[in-house]
Design a protein around this ligand. Sequence first.
Ligand SMILES: [Zn+2]
Length: 629
Amino acid sequence: MWWGHRIPVWYCKECSNINVFDDDYFDSLEEKTIFNIYGDTRISQFFSYNELSDYLYSQNFTHEDKTNLEFYEKIVFRKEINGLKKENLKEFLDKTYKKIPVLNSENNEHFIGFPPHAVFYLYINNLLPRSFTVDDLIKAYKNHKKELKDIFTVFLSGIKKTEIFENKETLKQWLIDHSYGNCPNGRIFFSEVDGVFSVIEENIKDVKYFIDLKCEKCGSRVLAQEEDVLDTWFSSALWPFGTLGWPEKTPELQKYYPTSLLVTGFDIIFFWVARMIMMGLYFTKEKPFSDVYIHALVRDEKGEKMSKTKGNVIDPLDMAEKYGADSLRFTLAALAAQGRDIRLSEKRIEGYRNFANKIWNASKYVLQNVKNFNGNIIQDITSLELSAEDKWIVSKLQKIISNLENAINSYRYNDYANGAYDFFWHEYCDWYLEFTKERVYKGSDKDKQVALSTLIYVLDKSLRILHPVMPFITEEIWQQLPTKDKDYLSIAEYPKVNQNLIFENEENIIESLKELITAIRAARAEFGVQPSQKINIYIKPENEEIEKVLISLKNAVANLVKADKLEISQDLTEMKNMATAISSIGQAYLDIAGAVDVEKELERQEKLLKETEKYISIIEKKLSNENFV
Ligand SMILES: [Zn+2]
């Protein structure tokens, strides 16, 4: 029974009992469905085949791609309802339901009345043979007296000529009067031969099937359904506490009511949100929630509303099938900027699928090397002698934890998703993993222990951070972590900022190092050095501390800038005929002589110089003109 439709309450006219009927009253899915359709006032309690089939096979009001039968099959019961299929319906109804005759009144408007209906009712429900005597009829009537009276009181309201069945002689006379040759008004129901009467079936215009509801207290069928209708949103309004066992004072109600956040669309703020607040205040004296997050509407990549006719619908199930549920979920979170509609495109989902792959591959690198390592992974990394890059990544991590916490607390889901993405991909994978390779592959046991413990520490926290937006892949990986402290990641603790792991100095050094590497890469590109071509590079660090860090990361840096020979020394003197890259932690000299055509490059640079000089002289002329300034 749906809310917003007739209330499933039937009043007994005989004993005043209030009957509440629901699906459980009926055995088969077919009967449950028909009862629902009746309770929904789509058909009457006495329904014809056509009335029912018209409804079953017509389009559903809210699900335009389904018939009403399919709606019950796919959405309500999620099962085939075979008896109601077109080819089975007639047989199913005849087998399952009692029938009421609709007598043929076309020739005579006085045709309808209790006695003929009663006889035909008994006959079509196999309670009386086609040919019968007066005694047969009286016997059948007595056996089903209450049933007949009840049903006809409801079906033929006001017709009460039941007394005719009480007197054998009167009944016999009535039967004779309504037989061939005896009926002055043409009200012929029977043939009669020697006191044996036979039903004439042509008198039946149609039959109606009958949903047989009986008062649960006195058994009467004289029931009337409540005509009031509950507000469509009535039960939805009770949802915040109705789902927790209210009106009982259950532990669930105590723990989860009131709740903190409701997430919904803007179109039902008044219908639903306002009603929940009113009902909550009325019944529990408390508001049901404190925050309401009004989520965005999903549109296509051009910002147009998705519609079947436009053909721009992106089916989430297709996308989950194709790119994984994590990628789809992450995409929606990453695009959910407050106050804006989501412009969804398949390309975005594909892009975040690549992110999922990145998480998988990075984790594989870490876990594989942990597996190959003979020592222990240290959980409390503050006890380790961390290198500058270790300190940099854990320090960065503390800051991202704090940023993301702010983002999620203020419902900026896009900032959350994008922040987690940037940290994991562009700090942890792009840089930190590269920095660790030397120690992980070639380091001493102690070096390995520090690097792997830090890798695991950051991976563990990253998975906890990513879990809300990428639940499946993170859970899968987390199950394999040596630092796993709960059965499931979904119930593990969200990371907290550890002030002891914030290292401003190392953060600055590594950030500057990244800058230097980026500058070297830019210089290579600028001079047209092929990306795969290795060249000699010389770096002159600003001071001793930086020199130490750089030397410790020498191989990683060499790899990142594709250096054949990499020399790092504060004692380097200025080097001629080399390309330079400058950053706040030092200068780099790139020996590009062998890698590029020097003559050509000189020519290009000279041309550039001339152009620049020309430009400067124009500007100077302009500036020396007092009128211009
Ligand atoms: Zn009753």
